[in-house]
Design a protein around this ligand. Structure first.
Ligand code: SF4
Length: 213
């Protein structure tokens, strides 16, 4: 494998891996300090921006801003409707449903998504959360009532459906040495595979053009 993270999360390369080209990785905008959260704040993570940022070229994206929800905005959450329908709605009005807008927004990002070698999501978000996102009962209007289930953010789920082999993680999991190393190794492996495939197809094309002459 070309790279691994040490116990502090710093990336260590073996001799076969070049560190000169930054690797394209998608990321929830708030994690790099962009003030896009519902309350106008951010969730800057300096390990992501400083340590990993030496090796990753980030494409930042906030799906809630992209669908025109504005900053600041009313918070949203996941609710269960019936047996098998999870919807993303406004906390104060379950009639305002953003599920389809978020799914369609994800599909519109394919042009840059398909170039990525990894994605870092913001945990717990009804849009970006990768796992363990709270799902509320439709009737749970009481702020003190606890949600009964755990789900996946609408944007993250659709992106993973579109690219099931893309390495993904959330910022809390980056704090776990084993999960962090797995993610970093997968990102570097995919990047290397892409580079080798590109070199091979360029070489084939050159050969075909030379043969024509
Ligand atoms: S978690 Fe996702 S939707 Fe929420 S502010 Fe961050 S980038 Fe935007």
């Amino acid at each position: 494998m070309g790279a691994q993270a040490n116990k502090k999360g710093r990336i260590i390369f073996n001799s076969a891996c070049s560190s000169t080209v930054k690797i394209p990785v998608g990321i929830s905008s708030c994690l790099v300090g962009e003030r896009v959260r519902y309350d106008g704040g951010h969730k800057l993570d300096t390990y992501i921006t400083q340590t990993l940022g030496d090796y990753f070229e980030y494409s930042t994206f906030c799906p809630e801003v992209a669908i025109g929800m504005g900053i600041p905005r009313k918070p949203i959450r996941l609710i269960r409707l019936g047996l098998d329908s999870i919807r993303c709605v406004a906390v104060d009005d379950s009639g305002r449903d953003f599920t389809q807008a978020l799914e369609q927004c994800t599909d519109r990002q394919r042009e840059w998504h398909e170039k990525l070698c990894g994605y870092i999501f913001k945990k717990n978000s009804p849009s970006c959360g990768l796992e363990r996102v709270k799902i509320w009962a439709e009737s749970s209007t009481d702020a003190g009532q606890e949600p009964g289930e755990e789900g996946v953010g609408i944007y993250a789920e659709k992106l993973m459906e579109n690219y099931p082999t893309l390495p993904v993680i959330d910022e809390s999991r980056l704090g776990d040495a084993v999960l962090r190393e797995n993610f970093i190794q997968q990102v570097f492996a995919l990047h290397r595979w892409r580079l080798e495939n590109n070199l091979e197809s360029n070489a084939k094309q050159e050969l075909q053009e030379t043969t024509k002459d």
